[in-house]
Design a protein around this ligand. Structure first.
Ligand SMILES: Nc1ncnc2c1ncn2[C@@H]1O[C@H](COP(=O)(O)OP(=O)(O)OP(=O)(O)O)[C@@H](O)[C@H]1O
Ligand SMILES: Cc1cn([C@H]2C[C@H](O)[C@@H](COP(=O)(O)O)O2)c(=O)[nH]c1=O
Length: 214
């Protein structure tokens, strides 16, 4: 596959996304691709400042959603779009599906308002209206909240989201399931409740089936 390639990694906290981003980056580099790994919220100096606020300060759901989209706009314009224009592969730890899952399904914020913000923020010159910049592929690490909580237990000081109860993550997981059902061609669902090697095998097979890995 040539040309810019945009892959996002999604799932509830502790689902195992980060574990597989480096592996995919290595697999793509071994096939001659230039790879940019990045994350949301974050990925630029400004967006990382917004991340620190969003993950640590109490705020209402609209403020939280606006910070996520503000960070995303900066990240898109400064990092993602230039990389795609160069023909690089961009591997992004979370993107807009996280806003629908966390602020929408998790916090209960209005999905139509989020869809409006998505239209504003992801309209970029490189993409012809009425389409928006979206990942070409989203790998969704599907894991039960109880298992994810066990994996994260004691691993680090929890941020504002990681400190949420399991019921919150059950809603977030349902939010991801709804996003995947609405866009099945973009989503690759991976059963994350398996040993790391088996999860990676499923990622690799899914990417081969879609022509991303030879
Ligand atoms: N398949 C697996 N089986 C058991 N433990 C795993 C597996 N994959 C990852 N882990 C462990 O679970 C923890 C969370 O993994 P990781 O950081 O990759 O998740 P994440 O989805 O990126 O989480 P977050 O979104 O909170 O950053 C880590 O300690 C990691 O080593
Ligand atoms: C992009 C995005 C992220 N979040 C939440 C989800 C996670 O709890 C944190 C990011 O932490 P990670 O360890 O880097 O996964 O932010 C969110 O609520 N909304 C979003 O749009």
């Amino acid at each position: 596959m040539t040309g810019g390639l945009f892959i996002s990694f999604e799932g509830i906290d502790g689902a195992g996304k980060s574990t597989h981003i480096d592996a995919l980056a290595a697999a793509l580099r071994a096939r001659g691709r230039t790879v940019v790994t990045t994350r949301e919220p974050g990925g630029t100096p400004l967006a990382e400042k917004l991340r620190a606020l969003a993950l640590n300060e109490p705020m209402d759901p609209l403020t939280e959603a606006l910070l996520m989209f503000a960070a995303r706009r900066d990240h898109l314009l400064q990092v993602i779009e230039p990389a795609l224009a160069r023909g690089d592969a961009v591997l992004c730890d979370r993107f807009t599906d996280a806003t629908f899952a966390y602020q929408g399904a998790g916090r209960g914020f209005d999905l139509d308002v989020l869809a409006g913000l998505e239209r504003w923020v992801q309209s970029v010159p490189a993409v012809q209206a009425p389409t928006l910049r979206q990942p070409h592929l989203t790998i969704w690490f599907d894991l039960a909240p109880a298992v994810a909580a066990q994996r994260l237990a004691g691993a680090r000081v929890p941020d504002k989201f990681e400190a949420q109860p399991q019921e919150f993550f059950a809603r977030v997981a349902a939010g991801y399931a709804a996003r995947a059902a609405a866009d099945p061609h973009r989503f690759l669902r991976v059963d994350a409740d398996q040993p790391r090697e088996a999860v990676w095998r499923d990622v690799e097979e899914g990417l081969k089936a879609r022509g991303v890995l030879a």
